[in-house]
Write a protein that binds this ligand. Structure first.
Ligand SMILES: Cc1cc2nc3c(=O)[nH]c(=O)nc-3n(C[C@H](O)[C@H](O)[C@H](O)COP(=O)(O)OP(=O)(O)OC[C@H]3O[C@@H](n4cnc5c(N)ncnc54)[C@H](O)[C@@H]3O)c2cc1C
Length: 453
């Protein structure tokens, strides 16, 4: 379907991933009609490709698992993970809006029983959600409430009336949103030009994420004077095989289950329990810009088939897991010179046994949590992984109500942003699951602000 020139809706939403669908669904609840434009032929963006992990605190699943968490701890962990760069007002709004996210996942019947500790968390807070089920539910509800979805339509420019944003120009014509425009166009992981501009040291990361995520929303708002947040901290995610296709991501974080990371020379080079974003940068500095996740059969037994980031069976099926009965044979398989891998593993095991201090400061499995274990029981395994630019967590400067702010902090009237296009939430590093939680919560938040002021 093409918009007729000057066609009107209450709100125009640019991009149909989780943030755009959440905004459309909530606008429908408020009795407002949304027109969504999606530049690709299929919906979903990075959201549909994602692992489906949501960071949430105080949930029924946590209570059932005996995990003690609270809004305050969630906030404190995010502040610490962000290294003092994230905007605390946004983080407070994110935590306060969690109830809406939980209710939406509930309505979509999209919960699983998977709960774990992951990057940036001091307790198990990453909840695995059936993301495609959630997206489908939001889409159905939005359409039932009168939302119109136009695929194959790229928004090119924001239309203004004086200082106020009143619509967009797309390939098919002008679309007017009488109550405003929500940018939900994702990040810029697929824009080499923007990566070169903002974070040239990351440009060698494997391009990944939704194919339409080329920073369009960022540029459109930028033209109206929008500010940026966290942009210099954008970094790739470590853990993907170099031959991964767009159809199925192959992210593995065996390091959070007990593996060590070694470079092509067989040397450790970092604290493996750090956020995979920090590991992403560290790996880009290694020979061949790759690192092996090396582990033993005890870690292999912790694999969770079908669970993103922990599914070793699938990687084995794809022929991407290497195994050998001894560490020295594994080293030979990997092309690591001499007995270097054996010496690295022996040194690491000394640290685990408490006979030496870990030279990289590793004290836990992930983010300091969980007991480290030796790499000791054969057979042994290795997964060769690179840094992929899955998501760019810096973006437009937004207020806690979802409105886009100019470089001087004033609001651009009629313009809102939600999801990966918005910055300020992650600061210097990243807590697993906060990108999807933020897309859902701030999709709703932008809709509420538009409807209720
Ligand atoms: C492999 C992978 C795994 C991930 N796993 C997780 C995870 O487990 N947990 C987590 O929290 N985060 C995860 N992320 C990150 C997370 O998926 C994203 O940050 C989040 O889905 C972004 O949602 P969004 O709605 O903002 O953008 P998207 O879902 O990317 O949607 C944006 C849409 O806008 C469209 N668009 C762009 N420009 C235009 C334009 N000019 N006109 C019209 N349409 C446009 C795009 O084509 C796209 O469909 C993962 C990302 C990847 C790639």
């Amino acid at each position: 379907m093409s918009p007729r020139h000057g066609q009107q809706a209450d709100v125009v939403i640019v991009g149909v991933g989780l943030a755009g669908l959440a905004a459309a669904q909530r606008l429908g609840e408020h009795g407002l009609r949304a027109a969504l434009v999606e530049k690709r032929d299929r919906l979903g963006g990075s959201s549909a490709m994602s692992g489906g992990w949501f960071a949430l605190s105080g949930t029924a699943l946590q209570r059932r698992a005996g995990v003690e968490d609270s809004d305050g701890l969630f906030l404190a962990d995010m502040v610490e993970t962000g290294g003092g760069y994230a905007d605390e007002a946004l983080l407070r709004a994110l935590v306060a809006g969690q109830g809406d996210a939980v209710a939406a996942i509930e309505r979509a019947a999209a919960w699983t029983d998977e709960l774990k500790v992951s990057a940036g968390m001091s307790v198990a807070r990453a909840h695995l959600v059936r993301i495609r089920g959630l997206l489908a539910h939001l889409e159905d509800a939005a359409v039932a409430a009168g939302a119109m979805i136009l695929t194959g339509h790229a928004a090119r420019r924001l239309v203004t009336d004086g200082p106020r944003v009143v619509g967009i120009e797309s390939d098919g014509g002008t679309l007017i949103g009488t109550s405003g425009v929500v940018l939900a166009s994702g990040g810029f992981s697929r824009s080499r030009e923007l990566l070169d501009l903002f974070v040239p040291d990351q440009a060698a990361a494997m391009p990944y994420g939704g194919a339409g995520n080329t920073g369009d929303g960022l540029r459109m708002a930028w033209m109206l004077g929008a500010g940026l947040a966290d942009i210099g901290h954008v970094s790739g995610t470590y853990g993907q095989h170099a031959e991964t296709t767009d159809d199925e991501h192959e992210l593995l974080t065996a390091n959070y289950l007990g593996a060590i990371l070694v470079n092509a020379r067989g040397e450790r080079f970092t604290d493996e329990s750090a956020s995979y974003k920090l590991l992403g940068s560290a790996v880009l500095g290694q020979p061949g810009r790759m690192a092996f996740q090396v582990f033993d059969s005890a870690v292999r037994a912790r694999s969770r088939p079908g669970v993103p980031l922990s599914d070793m069976e699938r990687l084995e099926e794809l022929g991407h897991l290497v195994s050998a009965p001894t560490i020295s044979e594994l080293g030979r398989e990997l092309g690591i010179p001499g007995d270097r891998l054996e010496r690295t593993v022996a040194d690491y095991n000394e640290c685990v046994a408490g006979r030496r201090e870990d030279p990289f400061g590793r004290v836990g499995l992930v983010n300091g949590v969980g007991a480290v274990m030796p790499v000791a029981t054969g057979p042994f395994y290795a997964y060769a992984a690179v840094t992929a630019m899955t998501s760019t967590y810096g973006g437009l400067s937004v207020a806690p109500d979802g409105s886009v702010q100019r470089v001087d902090g004033s609001r651009i009237e009629g313009l809102f942003a939600a999801g990966e296009v918005a910055g300020g939430f992650h600061g210097a590093s990243y807590m697993t699951g906060t990108a999807l939680t933020k897309a859902l919560v701030f999709g709703f938040r932008a809709a509420d602000t538009i409807a209720l002021g």
